[in-house]
Design a protein around this ligand. Structure first.
Ligand code: MRU
Length: 350
């Protein structure tokens, strides 16, 4: 059962996830750019641990990995108990659902795989693998479509700024906001700026590495340089991905996105969110209903301040919510929503 769900193109050569020899192979993103190391996950538990530890990260990639985790769980549970594997796999679904809280793609993918489990008769391995490969391939196709739709909107812009990593490392391939940037680069956009994205440095370690692999020139800036960059007139658009979009267009994304949106509005810079419809949480009325993950304070604190008895601590929310009112456009594979609101978002349901 080997398969690569899409073809690589000239400026899209990196893959975070690959199904190989009946296992999920994941590129360990904690080690980039210093080391390119793949880890083999052969169980749902291993996939969940890879997500929690951020060896796999980025909302769409988390969902795809979880789908492959269900394939691994189903094969194992069926082997152990062909009569009652559907009951036994509930433990694995619950474990995967606990891996990280904010990216709704995780829960979306698990629901889709649950539908396949319900339909399965006999050995589920082949049908569930087909379903996971389809989720993976559909994500790449959505990204390519969003790349073109988003690049259309950038016509006439000379420079863009992006935050976090939304590229092939964060998705099935090509990327969301970074996919739009890839498409815009092919159409001749002049300047691509990337924030460092503290504290985990998705921009400084991952996005610039990915662009370097693909020969796409970019300029790294400190997060704290973003407002000054906007004031300089070098960028006309900020492009970001999303971990969860509420029904009214409020968008949870990497910490710092909200500050960028506030600064962009102040400077007359346009703000674009790029995300597949699998990132929309329709039951969530607004961003207030989105759980924001807080990670270990040690991701933020210098180790000097983690010693026993030290009076310093840290608050480390890793996402924030940008209100729809600060977003000019949400680009999905089903179309573009300008000035997102509960009403305008509904067009995506038709
Ligand atoms: O904590 P991470 O690295 O998983 O956060 C990733 C982001 O916030 C991305 O912007 C988002 O998942 C969209 S990825 C296409």
């Amino acid at each position: 059962m080997n398969s690569a769900p899409d073809s690589f193109s000239d400026n899209d050569t990196v893959r975070a996830l690959q199904w190989r020899d009946n296992c999920l192979s994941v590129l360990d993103q904690r080690k980039l750019p210093g080391a390119i190391e793949y880890e083999t996950c052969d169980s749902a538990e291993a996939v969940a641990a890879a997500i929690t530890s951020m060896r796999v990260r980025g909302a769409p990639a988390i969902g795809i990995a979880a789908a492959y985790g269900v394939v691994l769980a189903a094969s194992q549970r069926y082997r152990e108990n062909p009569e009652h594997w559907k009951e036994a796999i509930e433990v694995d679904l619950a474990r995967l659902a606990q891996a990280r809280p904010t990216a709704v793609n995780l829960f979306w993918a698990l629901e889709r795989m649950r539908g396949e489990i319900e339909k399965a008769e006999g050995d589920p391995s082949v049908a569930l693998l087909e379903a996971a490969l389809a989720i993976h391939a559909q994500d790449v196709a959505a990204n390519r479509r969003m790349g073109e739709l988003g690049a259309d909107l950038l016509e006439g812009a000379a420079g863009v700024l992006t935050h976090c990593n939304t590229g092939s490392l964060a998705t099935g391939g090509y990327g969301t906001a970074l996919g739009v940037i890839r498409s815009a680069y092919r159409r001749g956009i002049e300047r691509i700026f990337v924030t460092e994205t503290r504290p985990w440095l998705q921009g400084a370690r991952l996005t610039v590495w990915e662009l370097d692999q693909d020969g796409v020139p970019a300029t790294l800036v400190a997060d704290s340089a973003a407002a000054y960059l906007m004031k300089s007139g070098k960028v006309q658009w900020v492009l970001v991905g999303a971990d969860r979009i509420a029904a009214n267009g409020d968008t949870a994304n990497k910490i710092g996105t909200y500050a960028l949106a506030v600064a962009a509005r102040h400077h007359g810079v346009k703000f674009m969110v790029v995300a597949p419809t699998s990132t929309i949480d329709w039951p969530a009325e607004s961003g207030d209903e989105i759980e924001i993950e807080e990670r270990d304070r040690r991701e933020l604190l210098n180790e000097h301040f983690t010693r026993e008895g030290c009076v310093i601590t840290a608050w480390n929310p890793v996402f924030d919510v940008t209100p729809a009112s600060l977003i000019d456009v949400i680009v999905t594979e089903k179309g573009v929503v300008r000035s997102p609101s509960r009403e305008s978002m509904r067009a995506l349901l038709t």
